[in-house]
Design a protein around this ligand. Structure first.
Ligand SMILES: [Zn+2]
Ligand SMILES: [Zn+2]
Length: 203
């Protein structure tokens, strides 16, 4: 089998995490895990059930994705284009999987991070619509937070985040939200100004 990122290199046999038979590219150090090998290995374990939010809470791994991470790849077994699944929120990297044979490709270092996150035992969940949607929503929240910090400065932004959390967890939190909305609800006569100078949107 050839490396999906560089077809001139032949993959060699390797063992991951002590007992998973896989293949490695001697040049880019990416790993190919065929579906049969992965399923056999998976059958012996009980996946720990990791959530998107627990992944985000892990913070930064200071991981620099391989320069091949963004390169499209063909499955080394059936030559189909592989699909990509985004893993981290902050500094994303992508795991690839063949939609036909379900073989998995990890660029250099990615298997080790999946292992550290406890995701290596259930890679298929990264490709589910549910996981992808949660990852997008988390990414959106983070962008929104970042934009709020840019507009308000980190000190005031932090007060807003803290207050939002307090209200979220308070049984009567919606009274606080209603109060704030009333405070910022402009009177009718200002409607003309608003039309020419709409309130800033975060995006
Ligand atoms: Zn390679
Ligand atoms: Zn395939």
């Amino acid at each position: 089998m050839e490396c999906p990122k560089d077809k001139t290199v032949t993959l060699v046999d390797v063992v991951l995490s002590g007992d998973l038979d896989a293949h490695e590219c001697p040049r880019c150090q990416g790993n190919w895990i065929s579906s049969a090998e992965y399923e056999r290995w998976q059958a012996d374990r009980r996946p720990s059930g990791v959530s998107v939010h627990s992944i985000a809470a892990q913070g930064d791994f200071n991981f620099r994705p391989s320069e091949f991470d963004s390169k499209a790849a063909l499955c080394p077994e059936c030559k189909r284009y592989m699909t990509r699944a985004r893993v981290m929120v902050d500094r994303p990297f992508y795991i690839e999987r063949c939609p036909n044979c379900n073989g998995i490709w990890c660029d250099r270092g990615e298997w080790e991070i999946l292992e550290a996150l406890g995701l290596h035992e259930s890679i298929e969940q990264l490709f589910s619509g549910d996981w992808q949607a949660q990852m997008r929503s988390l990414h959106h929240n983070q962008k929104e937070r970042q934009a709020t910090i840019e507009k308000l400065g980190s000190e005031v932004a932090q007060m807003v985040f803290d207050l939002a959390e307090v209200l979220e967890n308070h049984p009567n939190g919606e009274f606080g939200v209603a109060y704030l909305m009333r405070r910022f609800d402009r009177p009718q006569e200002a409607a003309g100004d608003r039309a020419t100078n709409p309130p800033p949107s975060l995006f």
